[in-house]
Design a protein around this ligand. Structure first.
Ligand SMILES: [Zn+2]
Length: 297
């Protein structure tokens, strides 16, 4: 049995999968915010209660915000900031009395969709989360590509490619750089673009809804979003040449992206063909927790 845990900012979810990926049990608790020791205990309690309920023990994989620095072993870049600079993997292993595997939530998403999701038939899968932030993960032959820096697939903090005049200066990113892909491709980025253009703010789902209803202002912003997404993914195609790109996060619900973005990216892909397929996720919000379980492949 594989146990996957999705450690989020508001909830901790555990999912038990059997050997063929069927869901045996799923439960969630609220994340003890700002309390590291209580976060460890909550995860440990979930593992023990699940194993008691099912009568078997399992492997444990955990999807985290941010990632573990290979150099120091400490967590970094977590928006759940009470995890940062903590030896989370070491402490969790001590508490559970066994080896665990951890990876960041975008990697878990990519692994889930590549294993038995929207990219199950593909050799190379790039999984993208475009929600409140922007993350990515690379899976080749069902294995995560996670190198010496543990940043494989982190496309959110490179500058928007093929920028137009002034585009890179418009968007300061929380990471300290300017013009990062995340500042355009997250749902917040879409809302920011609308606010910059028209001087007032509406949220991303309203912009998409208005565009689909024929509103010209919203349509112009969604078209610009599609162009930017196509350019950003064309860079991934030029480097990695994936068979399938799977979108996740809130913006993956925008159906028109799956038609419009591939129609644009062929202008930027360095090839006479652009056969990479763009798919919505099969497992939606459960992909993170499923991928955490699949960390033990
Ligand atoms: Zn950035």
């Amino acid at each position: 049995m594989r146990l996957g845990i999705d450690l989020g900012g508001t909830k901790i979810e555990i999912l038990a999968l059997n050997d063929i990926g069927e869901e045996l049990l799923c439960k969630r608790v609220a994340t003890p915010k700002e309390d590291y020791a209580a976060t460890l205990r909550s995860i440990s309690d979930l593992v023990h209660s699940t194993e008691t309920e099912l009568g078997v023990s399992g492997t444990v994989g955990i999807g985290t915000p941010g990632s573990r620095s290979p150099a120091s072993g400490l967590m970094r870049n977590c928006n759940s900031t009470w995890l940062n600079d903590r030896a989370f993997k070491h402490d969790m292993e001590a508490l559970l009395g066994r080896e665990i595997r951890i990876s960041n939530d975008a990697n878990c998403f990519a692994l889930s969709e590549a294993t038995d999701g929207a990219g199950a038939d593909a050799a190379t899968v790039f999984g993208v989360i475009i929600g409140t932030g922007c993350g990515g993960g690379v899976v080749v032959n069902n294995k995560l590509v996670d190198g010496p820096n543990a940043v494989g697939g982190e496309w959110g903090h490179i500058p928007l490619p093929w920028p137009q005049d002034g585009e890179l200066q418009s968007s300061p990113c929380w990471c300290g750089l300017h013009g990062c892909i995340e500042t355009f491709m997250s749902g917040t980025g879409l809302a920011d673009d609308y606010a910059r253009e028209f001087g007032y703010r509406i949220v991303a789902p309203e912009i998409v809804h208005a565009a689909n209803g024929g509103d010209e202002k919203a349509e112009s912003i969604v078209r610009r979003y599609e162009l930017r997404l196509a350019k950003s993914l064309a860079v991934i195609i030029n480097v990695l040449d994936p068979d399938v790109i799977v979108l996740g996060g809130g913006m993956s619900n925008v159906e028109r992206l799956y038609t419009n973005v591939p129609a644009i990216w062929s202008d930027y892909v360095f090839s006479d063909t652009a056969l990479t397929r763009l798919h919505p996720p099969k497992f939606g919000d459960s992909s993170g927790v499923r991928g955490a379980a699949w960390l033990w492949g």
